[in-house]
Design a protein around this ligand. Structure first.
Ligand code: FE2
Ligand code: FE2
Length: 340
């Protein structure tokens, strides 16, 4: 009879073979390893290939294909997991200096976390003043196209993350999810509001990957990597929380830009709504999600902080790419880890 205890122990502590061995074709395995190694080494071309591949693989991994076999699920999960772990280890190294000053008691930690709204990577970025005050309609269209690349679906990220959370935490996540669902009205669903805006700019969700830079795709790949793994549960909570905390300011500026180029209020409602609603969402997230989870296991603080910083860092990288494309020179932002 199998000894389940020793099996579970091995699973918890085991160092597994490379998950890519599930993929039979040696050339494809080599190709994935080559691109992954290149991305980890910050080679620009490899980063682009890596994040485009991973975004497309994630799309298949999460799609509701009727022809799907369980073996396909296993293979997709193996390949994506290999890529995610290798890349995330590199990203974690990048932000680790920012974790050094993090307090380890709950109250000070929450203050530290909220302070990221002021001094975290990419905060108060002048790109958003430009979008609000000067950008042309065409430039706002470019911005929106790239932002579509970052879109992993907040609603789905919540539903993937909330599994097995304590009842009171789950309730707050459910309230947040219900807001994402437009309170039960199709027209008010946040994904529908975004799609409406996307069509106003004559953009489409079909095959937009090619025109999107790898940096926005890295952001959605990050959020999916967190939400798809129980090992990164706390990172997912931190990353989703920092979105609620920091989105209102940016959304307000984008909304102002869209209003200025004469979009109708029903077209830019996605940004108008998030400029207000996410303030409430953050208050609920802090009190009913983060605090109780920290009280349960204080070790979660450092993981939440890591998730939040990785998410902010991925956002800051996008802002830099957008500024380069728009030929905006904000010198003080040349260093991605710049804290001002
Ligand atoms: Fe939303
Ligand atoms: Fe929200």
């Amino acid at each position: 009879m199998m000894n389940i205890d020793s099996l579970l122990k091995q699973i918890e502590t085991g160092d597994f073979h490379n998950p890519l061995t599930n993929l039979q074709d040696q050339d494809l395995r080599d190709e994935i390893m080559r691109v992954t190694a290149g991305a980890v080494a910050d080679d620009e071309k490899s980063c682009s290939e890596f994040h485009h591949y991973l975004a497309i693989l994630n799309k298949h991994r999460l799609s509701l294909s009727v022809a799907r076999s369980p073996q396909t699920d296993l293979l997709l999960n193996s390949i994506c997991t290999f890529m995610e772990i290798e890349w995330l280890n590199r990203e974690r190294q990048r932000i680790s200096p920012l974790l050094s000053g993090m307090p380890d008691d709950e109250e000070s930690f929450i203050q530290w976390f909220e302070q990221l709204q002021q001094n975290g990577p990419g905060q108060h970025h002048p790109l958003f003043d430009y979008l609000a005050e000067q950008a042309t309609r065409e430039e706002l269209r470019y911005f929106l196209l790239q932002e579509m690349g970052t879109e992993a679906g907040f609603d789905d990220l919540i539903s993937l993350t909330q599994f097995k959370t304590p009842p009171s935490v789950k309730l707050e996540l459910a309230r947040n999810y219900w807001d994402e669902m437009g309170g039960g009205e199709l027209e008010g669903m946040h994904s529908e509001l975004l799609s409406r805006l996307v069509s106003s700019f004559q953009l489409s969700w079909e095959d937009y990957y090619e025109d999107v830079h790898w940096a926005p795709l890295a952001l959605s790949n990050l959020m999916i990597a967190f939400a798809m793994k129980r090992a990164y549960f706390s990172q997912s909570i931190g990353a989703l929380g920092i979105i609620e905390l920091t989105a209102p300011e940016r959304c307000l500026r984008v909304m102002e830009g869209m209003k200025r180029v004469k979009l109708r209020d029903d077209e830019y409602k996605y940004y108008a709504l998030h400029s207000l609603l996410d303030q409430e969402h953050w208050a609920g997230w802090k009190m009913n999600v983060m605090q109780p989870l920290i009280r349960e296991y204080p070790e979660r603080m450092v993981k939440m902080a890591e998730g939040a910083l990785l998410r902010l860092f991925a956002g800051a990288r996008c802002f830099k790419v957008y500024c380069n494309h728009l030929r905006l020179q904000f010198d003080s932002y040349s260093d991605l880890l710049h804290i001002h």
